[in-house]
Write a protein that binds this ligand. Structure first.
Ligand SMILES: [Zn+2]
Ligand SMILES: [Zn+2]
Length: 288
């Protein structure tokens, strides 16, 4: 059933091919085509405004469309996606890991009721966005994105997070989905929330939160090298949140993963709590 596009799961095409096949608009994250009765969803990881989150290998919480102010669900194309259980449209998902390269993930369906969340808009104003839980149906649900692309995505997101102002980084870290993204990468690991980890490192301000000593060296950009650590491990079901993360020197990080001593865990929990509702950098309260 559906529209015959003759693409295989995992195929990578460019924008011109995408338009040629689906007869859709050349731009936008959600593109409706009346001619082919399709709705194309694009989850573009090279752009910073939308924060789509994979919940599992086949379920994506997809942000609605609207770059500024509160998003409206009664406006197209959000309305088309919201009504897709009844309007008979075929929906296809593409992921972009590298600019201009659209990886075909398969046919998707709305899986649950759309819900609202808070995210900063392109003017850095906190606003309401609509999130659409969608699920890949058919053969695409078994597909795994190559590790190299997942790593590329993580690096891009880290770069984006590093460029954000303290306030926006804080807002994004606070308002992100708290559940870690468990997309299978290699044997099994998690896609970490880059906003949360970048915030942990930034607020530590070059000092390890376990041994209280300065980072042992600087990275290629001249920034003190610390690593983000989750106090309660994500593999134990913990949340990927500010309250559960600290920045450690590589030595202490190794120590936590080798020994995880109770007294160390207690200290780290206290450190993480200090900044969970306000961000202080260089002794200055940046955001409450
Ligand atoms: Zn240390
Ligand atoms: Zn760790």
């Amino acid at each position: 059933m559906g529209f015959d596009h003759s693409l295989n799961i995992g195929d990578i095409i460019d924008n011109r091919q995408l338009i040629g096949i689906f007869k859709c608009s050349p731009q936008g994250g959600m593109r409706r085509s009346l001619e082919t009765n399709t709705l194309i969803l694009i989850s573009d990881h090279t752009k910073s405004v939308y924060d789509d989150r994979w919940i599992s290998n086949d379920i994506l919480h997809y942000s609605g469309i609207g770059l500024e102010g509160d998003q409206k669900i009664e406006a197209a194309p959000n309305k088309t996606l919201a009504g897709s259980a009844d309007n008979g449209i075929n929906i296809y998902l593409f992921e972009v890991f590298e600019k201009g390269k659209y990886l075909y993930r398969g046919r998707v369906e709305l899986y649950d009721q759309p819900y609202q969340a808070k995210q900063p808009d392109r003017n850095d104003q906190l606003r309401n966005v609509w999130i659409f839980p969608i699920k890949i149906v058919g053969e695409g649900s078994q597909y795994q994105v190559p590790d190299t692309l997942i790593k590329k995505k993580q690096q891009t997101k880290e770069r984006i997070a590093k460029r954000l102002s303290d306030k926006i980084l804080f807002l994004r870290a606070v308002h992100s989905n708290k559940r870690p993204v468990s997309r299978q990468v290699g044997s099994s690991t998690y896609e970490l929330n880059v906003y949360v980890s970048e915030l942990a490192i930034r607020r530590a301000d070059g000092i390890c939160q376990l041994c209280d000593r300065p980072a042992p060296f600087e990275d290629a950009k001249g920034l003190p090298f610390l690593e983000c650590h989750h106090i309660t491990w994500l593999s134990k079901g913990a949340e990927d949140t500010i309250e559960n993360t600290v920045a450690l020197c590589p030595n202490c990080h190794r120590k936590m993963h080798m020994l995880n001593l109770k007294m160390d865990v207690k200290k780290l929990k206290e450190e993480a709590q200090k900044n969970c509702c306000q961000l202080t950098i260089n002794g200055k309260v940046i955001y409450v």
